[in-house]
Design a protein around this ligand. Structure first.
Ligand code: BG6
Length: 515
């Protein structure tokens, strides 16, 4: 939770967007240091998010941004880089006066992670910013670097006294995924990080939790009376959680090969979506209470007994996507032509508790699928008895509540309705809530929300150590099984995945939704 000293409410900030005026959540004096500042994530997401926060008046006037990288840059080169990234990727319009204020606190430190002099320089830079910008010693260190560098960076922060919280100032570490590649490595990383930072100083990013539509799962479930009474095994037939992407692996071969879809997406994003969908109501909306419920439900997740039948990994072959011919995974630049890495993963999970016993949760993700869509579909049982003729209800499916996470953000309720006319024919219709129609403000990017929360010390939307470890515990046996059991089958790019995944649901008398 944000402590009062983390938050300050400005009387009048001329740069604040009127739409944000009712938000009291403004970061207090602080700065952000980004390691890996020349990377894609930094350029496309982090720098634009910092600007968007400044533009919305949610950062303090003296906010400082420090880039740390190997590049031979001067402060001005770094500022130019941020400028270009902001111009290209920020969500809100570019305003010169906001930029001019932000640039005052921009600094660059050149060096490698084992360069002691560079970390000394970082310490001096922070001191200088405290004086020039009034950052009060409050700094977050964002590790936007491959996990193999986490230990080194964290140890350097310790060695150079950068993790010390002296005189009421705070220091925080922000860690990007992947957090390890299995349970053992995740535990090792956790141990290293916690040698230096206390648990409340560590913020692990799962950017899905920063999405408005994902936070809305809790509002939908716990701020209403309508859904919760039927949110259980007595009414729910099964749940499908889909995160489909139409893109391939792009320029990320180095990161992706050997990792694959299950580790990249199921271990974090999809298991977090499952946890929010299935957990019990937390005692309050605070970090401890939320983590306790998510941990409980993740601890109750069970894998299918036969992993060969209850899980599917696959790899995209060439095909057609959006009218364009695209190459297969094995032909992508930088990929080992014999690679067994999965670009598609589907799993059937059980949750062994009173609410969910017997209700399967089907999770799937993949690259180069039919279209980009993330959704959670809660599919309800059929009516126990129908007074209508079979022929009259042929086109009636199962009721479903679909949380449309992206791109067409909203919620759909699907149910049967009489077709107008002289006979009683019942067919599926849907009732829609769309963010664009109900709200005038546009949703912030996930990274805006998460960076602001880090600066506020608000840990609600950040998975804890236990959640990360439990998620690996779920995934490890699947990875180990497929490691031993051969090459993943292929699916054509632009389709909805391999036939094996369809067969997995057919065996249960069900089918995947075609969102
Ligand atoms: C990342 C994965 O965590 O999420 C990527 O590493 C994936 O492989 C991305 O493309 C998708 O994020 P979003 O927000 O575009 O759904």
């Amino acid at each position: 939770m944000a402590s009062p000293s983390d938050t300050f409410v400005t009387g009048a900030n001329p740069l604040r967007d009127p739409a944000d005026r009712r938000l009291p959540r403004i970061a207090g004096p602080s700065g952000l240091v980004i390691f890996g500042v020349t990377g894609d994530l930094s350029r496309k997401k982090l720098m634009p998010a910092v600007y968007d926060l400044a533009n919305r008046g949610l950062l303090p006037p003296g906010f400082s941004l420090v880039g740390f990288a190997r590049r031979e840059w001067q402060h001005e080169d770094f500022a130019q880089e941020v400028h270009d990234a902001v111009k290209e990727h920020s969500r809100t319009p570019f305003r010169e006066e906001v930029w001019q204020q932000l640039i005052q606190g921009m600094r660059f430190v050149q060096g490698t992670f084992d360069d002691d002099a560079a970390f000394e320089q970082l310490r001096d830079t922070i001191k200088e910013l405290d004086e020039a910008q009034g950052t009060g010693g409050n700094f977050a260190f964002y590790l936007s670097v491959p996990p193999k560098f986490f230990p080194k960076v964290v140890q350097q922060l310790k060695k150079h006294g950068l993790a010390d919280q002296a005189d009421g100032a705070w220091r925080r570490a922000v860690i990007e995924k992947p957090f390890g590649h299995d349970l053992v490595s995740a535990k090792e990383l956790n141990a290293i990080v916690h040698e230096v930072f206390a648990p409340d100083q560590v913020f692990r990013i799962d950017h899905y939790l920063g999405k408005e539509t994902v936070q809305n799962i809790l509002a939908l479930r716990f701020a209403n009376t309508l859904f919760e009474p039927i949110w259980n095994r007595s009414y729910v037939d099964h749940v499908q959680i889909t995160m489909a992407e139409d893109i391939g692996i792009g320029g990320r071969a180095g990161y992706y090969d050997g990792i694959g879809a299950a580790r990249d997406v199921i271990q974090n994003h999809l298991l977090q979506l499952l946890a929010l969908t299935a957990m019990e109501e937390p005692a309050s909306f605070d970090a401890d209470a939320l983590a306790a419920e998510k941990t409980k439900v993740l601890g109750a997740v069970r894998l299918p007994e036969d992993l060969g039948k209850g899980t599917v990994l696959a790899q995209y072959a060439g095909g057609w996507q959006g009218g364009e011919k695209v190459i297969g995974y094995l032909q992508e630049e930088g990929i080992d032509p014999h690679s067994k890495t999965d670009t598609y993963a589907a799993v059937k999970l059980r949750i062994d508790n009173r609410r969910w016993a017997g209700v399967p949760f089907y999770l799937r993700t993949g690259k180069r699928l039919g279209r980009r869509v993330t959704e959670i579909a809660v599919v309800f049982q059929r009516a126990p008895h129908s007074p209508f003729d079979h022929t009259a209800t042929e086109e009636l499916g199962q009721n479903a509540l679909v949380i449309r996470v992206q791109p067409d953000e909203g919620v759909t309720l699907r149910f049967g309705s009489k077709v107008p006319g002289t006979s009683m024919e019942v067919r599926d219709v849907s009732m829609d809530f769309a963010y664009g129609e109900s709200f005038t403000e546009s949703s912030p990017e996930a990274y805006e929300r998460l960076i602001l929360d880090v600066l506020l010390g608000d840990a609600n939307l950040f998975p804890r150590t236990e959640e990360v470890e439990l998620s690996w515990k779920i995934l490890d046996p699947i990875e180990q099984y497929w490691e031993k059991n051969g090459k993943p089958p292929q699916y054509s790019a632009g389709t909805w995945g391999p036939v094996e995944a369809d067969e997995m649901l057919e065996r249960d008398g069900r089918s995947w939704r075609r969102p």
